[in-house]
Design a protein around this ligand. Sequence first.
Ligand code: ZN
Length: 240
Amino acid sequence: MTRVLVWNEFRHEKKSDHPAATIYPKGIHGAIAEGLIENDKNFVVKTATLDDPEHGLTEAILNETDVLIWWGHMAHHEVQDDIVARVKKHVVERGMGLVVLHSGHFSKIFKSLMGTTCDLKWRESDDIERVWVIEPSHPIAAGVPQHFELPEEMYGERFDIPAPDNLVMVSWFTGGEVFRSGCCYHRGNGKVFYFRPGHESYPTYFDKNVRLVIANGVRWAAPHGLVRPTYGNHKSHERK
Ligand code: ZN
């Protein structure tokens, strides 16, 4: 069993004149949760949103979370710093997995874990994204075709991130840009996976390949089998 919490700021979908309101009637988190349940019956999936008390990220809730999925865009600044610090502690110390999606590249939690600006180029038009799997034997690529296409917003390099521990996917866009779109990191005891697709004006989280990559990302980032290291004062093993 893997306990997954899908976190979404849930703002675009509440604006009746925004395409996201029609595309995601149950919220982006609702579509992501549905995709997880469809992919793995061992996932126990819950959701939380920005406007929940403590953003739905209380100590008790995080303690019962193996992997947190993060979608945010217009309200990154509204996420309280003390809650970001709490989430970071759960990743780095307890080994909670973190899957950061799309515009979550600018979330406080992702920037804090990366230590860079996480800035990039972007264009919202009528581009097609072609996602290429470049590490087919990585667990996150399991069952994913060599490439797949999505109508999407363009994100282009340079993406100001540290070099990923593993780069599993690269995207090409119809404007000619490229982007590191599937990035794996280890941070302390925790694993972090960044996956690019998921602009709110496109039905990306209903796509079967996107859903599979997110499910694989959760399975990879989950802390199963993690042995926590011991620290502090240590006696010599050798006799004097
Ligand atoms: Zn976007």
